[in-house]
Design a protein around this ligand. Structure first.
Ligand code: PGA
Length: 265
């Protein structure tokens, strides 16, 4: 798994771009090169940068990143939990690990909603990702109805505890959680830094209660949902928010580069 700590031992910010079903492997290569020209060593010292393209882009991007020695990590948006077999259309975590994929987004709300992923499936995937030496980015978040009914804390707590069920403490410490309120995804309406920080504290408390406080302290918890250059700095200024999972605003390398450089604007 990836090391969550920066040189000072604190949790190092992790900014990940989730391209969803966008960019073919040609545009992915151009994008990767363009983003790498916009960033320098100082940026990579401050922030861990991850790109999560569609599966079909992974091999081309791996080659680009490795041949140009670009310190951007590769992430996948999903995987199956079995390592091989008669599972038409699925991609194994073993195959992803072979491509030097470091992170796998698991349980994104779009997968839960459109593809019927349950907490149990999310848990199996989290365990398979860890078993193959990669880092899960486990997504949790409430719907607008749940928020309005006061159900946010219960929803995210149960999702995060279920996601890591049966995972060893030492493994959880290296993992990543993304708090993504569903009403904020792709809507242009982000959670306020206060709301994001409050719910992230609830997630950390749920991990502390289920495992222990030291384990919970080591987990990087990102915010996701309409993160963009204009709100990245104020979100990242909150000590509890360890990074961003960026959808729409990661599709353009210049826009994503501005998010990664939130500290220098
Ligand atoms: P968004 O998506 O930034 O476009 O809101 C975030 C996500 O779904 O991970």
């Amino acid at each position: 798994m990836t090391d969550p700590s920066g040189p000072d031992g604190a949790r190092k910010p992790l900014i990940a771009g989730n391209w969803k079903m966008n960019h073919d492997h040609f545009t992915a290569i151009q994008y990767t090169q363009k983003l790498s020209y916009l960033l320098d060593t100082h940026d990579y010292e401050l922030v861990d940068v991850v790109l999560c393209p569609p599966f079909t882009d992974l091999r081309s991007m791996q080659t680009t990143l490795e041949s140009d020695k670009i310190p951007i990590a590769l992430g996948a948006q999903n995987c199956y939990y079995e390592k091989e077999g008669a599972f038409t259309g699925e991609v194994s975590p073993v195959m992803l690990a072979k491509l030097n994929v470091s992170y796998v987004i698991v349980g994104h709300s779009e997968r839960r909603r459109h593809f019927g992923e349950t907490d149990d499936v999310v848990n199996r995937k989290v365990r398979a990702v860890i078993a193959n030496g990669m880092t899960p980015i486990a997504c949790v978040g409430e719907t607008l109805e749940e928020r309005e009914a006061g159900g946010t804390d219960a929803k995210v707590s149960s999702q995060v505890v279920n996601a890591f069920d049966g995972v060893k403490k030492a493994e959880i410490a290296g993992a990543v959680v993304a708090y993504e309120p569903i009403w904020a995804i792709g809507t242009g309406r982000n959670a306020t830094p206060d709301d994001a920080e409050t719910t992230i504290a609830v997630i950390r408390a749920a991990l502390a209660q289920r495992f222990d406080p030291a384990t919970a302290e080591a987990v990087r918890i990102q915010y996701g949902g309409s993160a963009k250059p204009g709100n990245a700095a104020e979100l990242m200024a909150r000590p509890g928010i360890d990074g961003l999972l960026v959808g729409g605003a990661s599709l353009d390398p210049e826009e994503f580069g501005r998010i990664i450089r939130y500290g220098s604007s």
